[in-house]
Design a protein around this ligand. Structure first.
Ligand SMILES: [Cu+2]
Length: 278
């Protein structure tokens, strides 16, 4: 015996769940629920990656709404039938099977081709920006990020130089033009992940991997390790600090001065020890 009221309740219930899911998705970008930080990508390529995400989301949403509308209709229709009416038995439909195989295959092929441009810019050297400033070498190790910068006005060399500037867990980069880092690992496999830039790259022992991006905003962004690399994996938290060109250069001078300070400095031509300064 069919109970029409119960049947209609479920029809409404399942439709309401789908409507709620769609509503949550519609407001999600405004609340920053999709993406980390304030919900915006802070790199140029990151914004293109987000566009791809939203494109796929729209395709999925249209499918979801279609499927749930059909489900709701069938539940409601079934509940409304007279209780002595027999159910219709179907062995399936060949034509339908073919359609719902070909259409998703076509959509997947479209996505695969459509995203190739962004993928190439992200990963293939020939498609990297022509003017790209190598700012630092970033070495992942258990359990921190060691960063080596060339001295102010100098180029980053593949091997350490006497006047290089070093930091730990503090990656400074200029904003508004493409920059790159050389990513290495000292021990095991790590992963360089800056969620707010949509940048993620494995650090592989023995390889020097260039990673580039272009900051769109000044600010401080979380850098984490995204590859379980040992007991202290969770500790590999650092910052990427995006600065203006002038601030970046000034910071570099300052950092070099602090690094090479030997406890004695000259003031009016005299040697002054650190304790005599304030
Ligand atoms: Cu790690």
């Amino acid at each position: 015996m069919r109970n029409a009221a119960v049947g209609k309740f479920w029809a409404i219930f399942f439709t309401a769940v789908a409507v709620l899911a769609v509503a949550v998705c519609v407001v999600a970008p405004d609340y920053g629920w999709w993406f980390p930080g304030d919900g915006r990508a802070h790199s140029t390529l990151g914004q293109k990656i987000d566009d791809l995400f939203y494109l796929i989301l729209v395709i999925v949403a249209v499918t979801f709404i279609g499927v749930n509308a059909a489900l709701g209709y069938i539940l409601w229709h079934g509940a409304s039938l007279p209780s002595d009416k027999k159910a219709l038995f179907s062995h399936g439909s060949h034509a339908l099977e073919v359609i719902w195989t070909i259409v998703p295959a076509g959509i997947l092929l479209f996505i695969a081709l459509y995203q190739m441009d962004v993928w190439a810019q992200y990963r293939i050297k020939n498609f990297y920006p022509k003017t790209m400033e190598p700012v630092a070498e970033v070495t992942a190790r258990q359990f921190e990020w060691r960063i080596r910068y060339p001295a102010r006005g100098k180029k980053l060399m593949p091997t350490p130089q006497p006047d290089d500037v070093y930091t730990v867990n503090d990656l400074r980069v200029p904003t508004g033009h493409p920059v790159s880092i050389s990513l290495r690992s000292d021990d095991v496999q790590h992963s360089f992940f800056v969620p707010e830039l949509r940048v993620k790259q494995d650090a592989v022992p023995g390889l020097v991997i260039p990673v580039w991006w272009e900051m769109t905003d000044i600010g401080s962004f979380e850098l984490v390790c995204a590859e379980l690399c040992g007991w202290g994996h969770y500790k590999m938290k650092a910052r990427v600090v995006a600065m203006s060109d002038e601030d970046f250069e000034a910071w570099k001078s300052q950092a070099a001065q602090e690094q090479f300070y030997d406890g004695v400095s000259t003031k009016d031509g005299e040697l002054v020890s650190q304790s005599e300064q304030e």
